[in-house]
Design a protein around this ligand. Sequence first.
Ligand SMILES: NC(=O)c1ccc[n+]([C@@H]2O[C@H](COP(=O)([O-])OP(=O)(O)OC[C@H]3O[C@@H](n4cnc5c(N)ncnc54)[C@H](OP(=O)(O)O)[C@@H]3O)[C@@H](O)[C@H]2O)c1
Length: 255
Amino acid sequence: MNPLFDLSGKVAIVTGGNGGIGLGMAQGLADAGATVVIAGRNESKNQNAVNAILQKGGKASAVVVDVQQQAECEQMVQRSLQAHGRIDVLVNNAGMNIRKPPQAYALAEWNQVLQTNLTSAFVCSQAVYPVFEHQGAGKIINIGSMMSLFGASFATPYAASKGGLVQMTKAMACAWAAQHIQVNAILPGWIDTDLTRQARIDVDGLHQRVLDRTPAKRWGMPDDFAGIAVFLASPASDFITGAAIAVDGGYSVQG
Ligand SMILES: NC(=O)c1ccc[n+]([C@@H]2O[C@H](COP(=O)([O-])OP(=O)(O)OC[C@H]3O[C@@H](n4cnc5c(N)ncnc54)[C@H](OP(=O)(O)O)[C@@H]3O)[C@@H](O)[C@H]2O)c1
């Protein structure tokens, strides 16, 4: 394997790694040699993801975590460290959406989306920082969205959380670059997962609008995230920090 992309001996935590985009990234990281920690709420989904990676010859374990809980995020980091002796990569991928017009949200719904998508990434990054500092290097990959760039009438807290993630990425990148910690974001376009299967039910005409606007003329698949995850986790990206990279089949550049 090209050493630029070799993750042998590295340990990567992927929150929400038990399905969808998270599993696509986890499988890619494992294929490049990393030991992957699948961190999600649903224990049987976690175990299925671990089994899928093991069956393909990769190395993986699971931790049950609700990323809305600060203490559980801290335990996730400690358990990963105890199990594997080091942590090199944190992928803040866990996320959710509640789709409504802005005037219809209860404050608890706003808080739930912000807590799950944005605050959790802050808390997990804070929890892993001492490990990275001690080891002398680390990689954080935050999963934004097209809603980091654009608005949508049905996604006010989601857009706020994903826009905030990009700014948090830049701020942490500036703060931690001298410790050789790179912090970057991936901005997925429209990807075929459980999250968007529900969106296609909730939002009239969404499926065709996505096809019409995406130059690649297809929805993305979880596998489309394997390559970018390996790149941002590997030495190939050591001088890239604070970036937000769209993986969207051209959706965000279509005029
Ligand atoms: N699909 C798209 O088109 C798209 C586009 C842009 C951005 N994204 C982002 O990509 C990320 C992954 O989404 P996806 O499309 O792959 O959706 P998904 O299939 O619904 O996966 C979401 C993942 O997040 C986990 N999760 C949710 N809340 C959690 C919590 N409180 N604690 C721990 N884990 C939690 C889920 O695990 P459990 O089931 O165990 O809770 C699940 O693994 C999200 O951040 C999403 O916003 C997706």
